[in-house]
Write a protein that binds this ligand. Structure first.
Ligand code: HEM
Length: 517
């Protein structure tokens, strides 16, 4: 509508109002950019807070928790020039990562993982259309057990796991790794066994490994140096990474497609997805190909994301039981009462085993960094776009104001009448927040329940004794304190079947399951 026909008073009013609104907006913006950053330790030129974190003698999560006592639960850091924000409490993590997820849901993109060919992985994708497609596929297959009927596969493999412990208990860490990877292999591709493309692949697939090369983000011109130039070792590492990435992405997937052509493929996420995609794109081969390419990435991502995380949770469970044997006896008393000794536990028992359910929530701290996509203001502080946001799950889980005696393993704290029955539970933070919350969480919950219940129904797990009959100290070693996953090394311990009958039940159940290669 034109204002030319309006009386002069109206025109003046409209102009005045518009000017006031524009001035106010400009002022808010100016104020915002004048706001201070959230509090944090003194930042030094070039290195920022890196030296303080590296020399504190604690893990980075513990150091950040200590800083929290002085600076509060949102701490601003400088990581060699990159702004970073550590979130030390559940309230702040939910406020930012869940309630403001529109601009806290991206991931930082570092040079080296991209050079090494891992830019397709769901967990590193920036927020956008591609990520939404990946997550839609993951949620379709993993949020409900019914689509892939994965509880069946989990239960059968769990029996094989128990048989492994009967036969070679000293290999328990290998079996703890093989359990989730074999199930994922079947769920995702329909293959039996687990998979490692090369013996060193574990190292290179752990993305934290690439953070060593963060100097490339500060000195991007180094990528143009000739390969003979000193300090360009990253080029060789990146080349090896690309070969590995391509194998992880395609090998298992192509094998399933071959089996589908031969008519020997077992039902899996891949056969189901390709079947639906073919039916929906009968007249549009280009669209089918695009969907297929996208899907192969998601499938490979599941295998990468689910193995080490879930096997670490199983190792933590065993460690917790070794450290606090009374929890094992209490769980066994509940299992004996509910399940009896004539059969192995099943998923139908889950609701009747509250103590066992409380017991498996002992997963180690694990989190993935986020990256902000817009400037933000929070509690009177400025958080610039491009800030690396790190949820400190360790600090949240070890907050003595929420959890009395936080490092003691007391599953009963979650039960009716327990100290933490009203508090947030580990399940509320160990799988992340908002739009990037872990899409594998329901699958994990099922597997950890059946593993804990079956393991404790059939075995007594105890510390091994030395030549003098004294218990050998538990290995508490975490492989790599800087890793996003707190890997646990195995302890000297024994897995004794609770009875002849328990051993027989295991052998009978395992004889109907798949063989682990
Ligand atoms: C104990 C086991 C596991 C734990 C503790 C865990 C935890 C997490 C956490 C904390 C995140 C980051 C969430 C965020 O940024 O807020 C994540 C992301 C992810 N998880 Fe899991 N996870 C586990 C197992 C699995 C499994 C079995 C799968 C396979 C389906 C899986 C697939 C993924 C994927 C694809 C992402 C990236 C999601 C994205 O960036 O949007 N995880 N997980």
């Amino acid at each position: 509508m034109s204002t030319s026909g309006l009386p002069p008073l109206y025109t003046t009013l409209i102009c005045a109002t518009t000017s006031i609104v524009l001035l106010t907006l400009w002022n808010i913006r100016r104020q915002k950019s004048k706001l201070p950053f959230p509090p944090g330790p003194k930042r030094f030129p070039f290195v920022g807070n890196l030296i303080q974190a590296a020399t504190s003698g604690l893990s980075m999560w513990q150091t950040a928790s200590q800083w929290g006592k002085t600076y509060g639960d949102a701490i601003f850091l400088d990581v060699v020039g990159f702004p970073a924000l550590v979130l030390n409490s559940q309230d702040v993590a939910v406020d930012l990562l869940a309630k403001r997820s529109s601009h806290y849901s991206s991931r930082p993109r570092f040079v080296m993982p991209v050079l090494a060919g891992w830019e397709w992985t769901t967990a590193t994708l920036p927020f956008g259309a591609k990520l939404k497609k990946h997550r839609a596929i993951l949620q379709k297959f993993f949020l409900s057990p019914d689509v892939l009927n994965y509880t069946d596969v989990q239960q059968r493999n769990c029996h094989i796991f128990l048989q492994g412990l009967l036969d070679s208990p000293e290999k328990y860490d290998k079996y703890a790794h093989r359990l989730p990877t074999s199930i994922l292999m079947m769920n995702v591709y329909g293959h039996e066994g687990s998979y490692a493309p090369t013996p060193t692949s574990k190292l290179v697939i752990n993305f934290d490994f690439y953070f060593f090369y963060i100097f490339l983000d500060l000195l991007p011109w180094m990528q143009s140096l000739p390969e003979w130039f000193p300090g360009t070792n990253f080029m060789r590492v990146a080349r090896e990474g690309r070969v590995l990435s391509s194998r992880v992405r395609h090998e298992l997937y192509r094998l399933t497609k071959k089996k589908m052509r031969d008519g020997t493929a077992k039902e899996s996420m891949t056969t189901k997805f390709l079947g639906d995609a073919a039916a929906n794109n009968v007249d549009n081969p280009a669209s089918y190909e695009a969907e297929e390419e996208e899907f192969a990435d998601v499938a490979a991502m599941v295998y990468l994301a689910g193995g080490d995380t879930t096997s670490t949770a199983i190792m933590n469970l065993i460690l917790a039981v070794l450290k606090f044997p009374e929890t094992m006896y209490r769980a066994q008393e509940e299992i004996d009462r509910v399940v009896g000794s004539d059969r192995l536990p099943t998923f139908e028992d889950r609701d009747n085993l509250p103590y066992v359910n409380a017991l498996w929530e002992v997963l180690g701290p694990f989190a993935l960094p986020r990256c902000t996509t817009q400037d933000d203001e929070y509690r009177g502080y400025r958080i610039p776009a491009g800030t690396l946001v790190l949820p400190n799950v360790w600090a949240i889980a070890n907050n003595p104001d929420v959890y009395p005696d936080p490092s003691a393993f007391k599953p009963e704290r979650w039960l009716p009448g327990g100290a933490n029955v009203e508090s947030i539970r580990p399940m509320d933070y160990i799988f992340g927040y908002g739009r990037r919350i872990c899409p594998g969480r329901v699958w994990v919950e099922h597997l950890l329940f059946i593993t804990a219940a079956s393991l404790l129904a059939t075995f007594n797990i105890e510390r091994a004794l030395d030549v003098n009959g004294e218990p050998i100290p538990i290995s508490n070693v975490v492989h790599d304190e800087t890793s996003f996953i707190r890997f646990v090394t195995p302890s000297a311990c024994t897995f004794k079947p609770r009875s002849e009958k328990a051993a027989r039940l295991i052998r009978e159940a395992a004889s109907t399951g798949p063989a682990w290669s």
